[in-house]
Design a protein around this ligand. Structure first.
Ligand code: PNS
Length: 163
């Protein structure tokens, strides 16, 4: 079987240029790519799941990425992959510190369904430090995040922080 479709899951709280870089590159590999904004009970999200979906769609629009479906999912990632009939899960890897968690997730997901492969993309060097948490922290104190996120994301952060 040739893998043609993939889901790129995450909290996307909010989406950053690091995520967008992975989307652009994954799009070249997979004929069908979905972004799944996943409700992650291990984290208390800053934006609601509806807000994260809307912001993710607006960000893709702003940077001119078309043909990527954005969905939300509350449940096991592997069930999301099956429900949407995709063959692979895409994840980005930044530094070494991501590895243990990603390895654990990939092996768990493979155990749950060995037909669905996890495919990793190495982050672009310039985004290797970037995370949604860092963006929120900088913006909370009024810092400039324009090199980290598209304008619509920056505006959503500003509104939420009441700037
Ligand atoms: O952007 P994040 O927070 O690193 O994404 C983590 C996410 C949402 C992909 C992960 O927590 C997840 O898959 N959650 C769904 C629940 C699940 O399937 N857990 C078992 C996988 S080990």
């Amino acid at each position: 079987m040739t893998i043609t479709s993939a889901v790129y899951p995450g909290s996307f709280d909010p989406i950053t240029y690091g995520h967008i870089d992975i989307v652009r590159r994954a799009k070249k590999l997979f004929a069908r790519l979905l972004i799944a904004v996943v409700a992650n009970p291990n984290k208390t999200p800053f934006f609601s799941i509806e807000e994260r979906v809307a912001i993710t769609k607006a960000a893709l629009d702003e940077v001119g990425i078309t043909g990527v479906e954005v969905i939300s999912y509350d449940g096991l990632l592997i069930d999301c992959a099956k429900a949407y009939k995709v063959d692979a899960i895409v994840r980005g890897l930044r530094a070494n510190s991501d590895f243990d968690y990603e390895f654990q997730m990939a092996l768990t997901n493979r155990d749950l369904d060995s037909d669905i492969e996890t495919v990793f993309f190495m982050t672009a060097g310039r985004y290797s430090f970037l995370s949604s948490s860092i963006v929120k922290e900088v913006k909370r104190y009024g810092g400039d995040v324009s090199s980290f996120v598209p304008g619509c994301v920056e505006q959503a952060l500003a509104r939420k922080f009441g700037h």
